[in-house]
Each structure stands twice: as structure tokens, then as C-alpha cells.
Design a binder for this molecule. Structure first.
Ligand code: ATR
Length: 484
């Protein structure tokens, strides 16, 4: 089958890769009035999309990549929605020889940002634009409005941006899509979004675990607590989902659903990438790292089997005389920990932006995460406002709004982390967030001792508090100080 001549050059956007995400993005474009060229390696998927969803708008299906390209208006805009990695490279290799200067290739998959940097450079050499684009919101978001994070050139955004903004989620009429920055910036920001999502989910899970142990509460009872929290500062999609999941009853057993779900959390790898990059850039993203490691620990079956019932606990018995006060303490600890996790994630974006020359507007990132994506929340408005007050804010936690918000909860946060420790409830994200908070606000850290040790065994030198310069003490000799 080839494209009818009347359809040549008519499609405003094309999608290749019509599995669930690609299919829903294509339908979303069509519903917004765009003529959408369709292609998939296996033509049956293309045919079924047209057969089932013709009512969404105008589709131009093609069996061959050449026909697909021919059906697009210039400059052509092709969205690739296949698995990250080899499949993306295979599609690019097939597509690129058919394109002409100025055409725009959009990778909307979950690519690792170094791959996006590589592909952008390769396509730029051929006069093509390559736009690595983060898309968040899953299947539902792809169809009804995702959060979209496009990288690539400003020039490509000028023609592509309006189409992406049209299909994105809207909050207060503002699209959840903006140009993030050059080459890999879009996929980078999507990666950090996912890392923050890991941290947020871990914090919520720790809050649930504390309520379960501290109050002996059932899953549905805790679900009610989360539903109540969703009406305040914590209002977010993830809290809403938590309340719903906790309220759900397993049809097979009649037990609370979460009680029959195995306690081993999986991951697809974006959390791992985020942590690896945090290490590369030297940014302490402890909340995201603890969340990623907590998933790994949950899945460490042999280690858990070897430890269960064997490692001494020596914990105190829970005795919570005022459940209402305890619930409020957990809420405040959750909120404060969440502020830390987001602050760390935005630090990582700032560090990467400086390192890779991306010039990312952090306030705009918070703005496009307010809708469509998994971490969507009212809270993100506060982050946007903080960066509007100071675009170069060195630490989100130090913005007056967040400083005040944490001040209100810091005593509760300490009570909860202390209670978790003496009662033996693992709270890696709550605890590490508090440790980060105390570390970053400290007048003086014990790093003085570490640097002195390094000088002792490795002559790594040190600086002094009382005068400029670099020094070394002759530890193995007369211990006289030398200036280096
Ligand atoms: P699902 O999301 O349903 O699990 P998938 O196996 O992840 O689907 O595949 C996602 C998309 O990538 C599909 O459109 C797939 O094409 P097919 O329908 O022909 O399987 C596409 N895809 C995967 N590898 C590809 C490749 N090497 N070249 C072109 N398209 C590819």
C-alpha cells in the first residue's frame, strides 16, 4: 500500500512506533486537529489504530517508512516512540536517509541522555534536528495530556513546540510543556523527574509503614489518613493514588490489597541512572539514592532470608498515647523530607545545566510538572514561585517559603526519625533527608577531620580556617607544617 497522492505532504506530524504510548500520542495529536502520519514496523498495529480510532481525527497510515515520510509536510516532524536503546537507533537509521535538511526527529522514548547527546550530534551533522523529549504520564497521560520535556535546538522548538504544547496537560490554562534546553536536556530532566518520583514514593511508603507499626492501623485506615492529607499541603497525584490503593480490597482473599502484594519493588532503571549521574556530578541526591537502594534491598531475597529472625533488634515496644498527634508528626516529617528530596533533585538539574551548558530554567521545570506527570502536585507551584523570586537560588530549602514550611515541622521530623530508630522501622529516606538537612545547615562539618586524615596518610594537603593557602604537615617527620 502506498500513500494516495492526495495525502502526500499533508500530515503535520508523524508517529512511528504504535505500541500503547505511541498509539495514544498519535490519537492525542489527531484529537487536537492535526493530520497524523502513522507508521509501525508491524503494519497490523497501524491498521488496528486507524480501524479503532478513526473518530479521533485524520490519520494517514503507511506501511513503508518511505511512504510515511512522503506523507509528511515539510519541515517534517517525526515522533519516534519505540523502546530506548537499540530499537531507537534502528528506527533512526531507517528514517534518516529519507529525510531532508531542516526536518525534525523527535525521540519521545525514555532514552538515557548521553545517547540523546550522541544522536543529536550525529543528526545535526546531516542538517537534521534531533529532539530528545521526555514524556511523563504513562498511557493515560499520552492520550489525555502528558507533561512534555523537549530538548534540542530552540529553532526546532519554534515549529514543534506549539504542537507539543497543544497536546500537553494544562494547569490554569498553562501548557505542561516548554523547551528545556539543547541536546540531551529534555531526557535529562525526565530522568531526574523519575528519580524524584522514586524518592516521593519511598517517603510515602515509609509514612505508611510508620502508621502501620506505630498505630497498628489497617491498610484501609491508613488510606483514610492519606485521603485526608490529600486535602492539604501534600495534595498530589501520588498521595491520591496511595489512598486509593490502600482502600482497595483483594477480590480473591477479601484482605486489604496491599497485604497480599509481595514486598519486592522493581525498577526500569531511570532511578539508577539518576543516582549514577548524581555521583558523577558530585550532587548529594540522598533521597533518590536511598529510594533506589530501598527498592534493591526489598528485592534482595537471599540477604533478607539470611537476616530475617536472626539479626538482633533490641527495639522498644510502640506505645502511642495520642494517635492524632503521631499522625500529624508523620505528615510533617513526610512534607519536610519531600522538600529535601525535591531540593536535591533541583540541585542536580542546576549542576547538570552548568556542566553541559544547558541553561535550564528550574522554575519552568516545576511548572511543567504541575500536570500530566506522576509527581504532579500543588507543591510544584511553590517551587516555581521560589525560582521566580530568585532564578539562581542556590538551595531550594533556603527559599523563605520552604524554610518556613520546614521550620514548622522540624521538631516533628526529629521525633519521627528518632521513633523509627528506637522501634526498628526502616526509614532510609526520612532519616537521610534529616541528616542532609542537618548537614547542609551545619556551621561546621567533621570534614575537617577527614581532610586531616587524608593529609596524614596520603599527603593530600589541607586548607586552614585562619589564612589562605594550601598546607601539608610532615606527619612522619617532625610534624612541622609546610606551605604547598
Ligand atoms: P509494548 O509497549 O506493547 O510492549 P514493545 O514491544 O515495547 O510494545 O514495542 C514498542 C514499539 O517499538 C512497537 O511499535 C514495536 O514495533 P512492532 O509493533 O513491530 O513490534 C517497536 N519496535 C521495537 N523494536 C523495533 C525495531 N527494531 N524497529 C522498529 N520498531 C521497533
Amino acid at each position: 500500500m502506498s500513500v494516495p497522492s492526495s495525502a502526500v505532504g499533508t500530515a503535520q506530524i508523524g508517529v512511528t512506533g504504535l505500541a500503547v504510548m505511541g498509539r495514544n500520542l498519535a490519537r492525542n495529536f489527531a484529537r487536537h486537529g492535526y493530520t497524523v502520519a502513522l507508521h509501525n514496523r508491524t503494519f497490523a498495529r497501524t491498521q488496528s489504530l486507524v480501524a479503532e480510532h478513526a473518530a479521533d481525527g485524520t490519520f494517514v497510515p503507511s506501511e513503508s517508512m518511505a511512504d510515511f515520510v512522503a506523507s509528511l509536510a515539510r519541515p517534517r516532524k517525526v515522533v519516534i516512540m519505540v523502546q530506548a536503546g537499540a530499537a531507537t537507533d534502528a528506527v533512526i537509521d531507517e528514517l534518516v536517509p529519507l529525510l531532508e535538511e531542516g526536518d525534525i526527529v523527535v525521540d519521545a522514548g525514555n532514552a538515557h541522555f548521553p545517547d540523546t547527546i550522541r544522536r543529536e550530534a550525529a543528526l545535526r551533522e546531516r542538517g537534521l534536528h534531533f529532539v530528545g523529549t521526555g514524556v511523563s504520564g504513562g498511557e493515560e497521560g499520552a492520550l489525555n495530556g502528558p507533561s512534555i520535556m523537549p530538548g534540542g535546538t530552540a529553532e526546532s522548538y519554534a515549529s514543534l513546540g506549539p504542537i507539543l504544547e497543544a497536546i500537553s496537560a494544562k494547569v490554569d490554562g498553562v501548557p505542561c510543556c516548554t523547551h528545556v534546553g539543547p541536546d540531551g536536556a529534555g531526557h535529562f530532566v525526565k530522568m531526574v523527574h523519575n528519580g524524584i518520583e522514586y524518592a516521593d514514593m519511598q517517603l510515602i511508603a515509609e509514612a505508611y509503614d510508620l502508621l502501620r507499626h506505630g498505630l497498628g492501623a489497617s491498610a484501609p485506615e491508613i488510606g483514610e489518613v492519606f485521603a485526608a492529607w490529600n486535602t492539604g499541603d501534600l495534595e498530589s497525584y501520588l498521595i491520591e493514588v496511595t489512598a486509593e490503593v490502600l482502600a482497595h480490597t483483594d477480590a480473591a482473599t477479601g484482605a486489604p490489597f496491599v497485604d497480599v502484594v509481595a514486598d519486592a519493588a522493581e525498577q526500569k532503571g531511570t532511578g539508577r541512572w539518576t543516582v549514577q549521574n548524581g555521583l558523577d556530578l558530585g550532587v548529594p541526591i540522598t533521597g533518590i539514592a536511598e529510594a533506589t537502594f530501598a527498592r534493591a534491598l526489598s528485592g534482595s531475597a537471599p540477604q533478607r532470608a539470611a537476616a530475617r529472625g536472626v539479626l538482633p533488634a533490641d527495639t522498644l515496644e510502640w506505645n502511642v498515647p495520642e494517635p492524632g498527634a503521631f499522625i500529624e508528626d508523620v505528615r510533617l516529617a513526610l512534607y519536610a523530607s519531600k522538600v529535601v528530596a525535591y531540593s536535591q533533585g533541583f540541585d542536580q538539574i542546576a549542576a547538570a545545566s552548568a556542566q553541559y551548558g544547558w541553561d535550564i530554567d528550574r522554575g519552568a521545570m516545576a511548572r511543567i510538572w504541575r500536570g500530566g506527570c506522576i509527581i504532579r502536585a500543588k507543591f510544584l507551584d511553590r517551587i516555581t514561585q521560589a525560582y521566580e523570586r530568585d532564578a539562581n537560588l542556590p538551595l531550594l530549602l533556603a527559599d523563605p517559603y520552604f524554610t518556613a514550611a520546614v521550620a514548622n515541622g522540624v521538631a516533628a521530623w526529629r521525633r519521627i526519625v528518632a521513633a523509627a530508630a528506637v522501634h526498628g522501622v526502616p526509614t532510609p529516606a526520612f532519616s537521610s533527608s534529616l541528616a542532609y538537612y542537618d548537614g547542609v545547615r551545619a556551621d561546621r562539618l567533621p570534614a575537617n577531620l577527614i581532610q586531616a586524615q587524608r593529609d596524614f596518610f596520603g599527603a593530600h594537603t589541607y586548607r586552614r580556617t585562619d589564612r589562605d593557602g594550601t598546607f601539608h604537615t610532615d606527619w612522619s617527620g617532625d610534624r612541622a607544617e609546610q606551605t604547598w
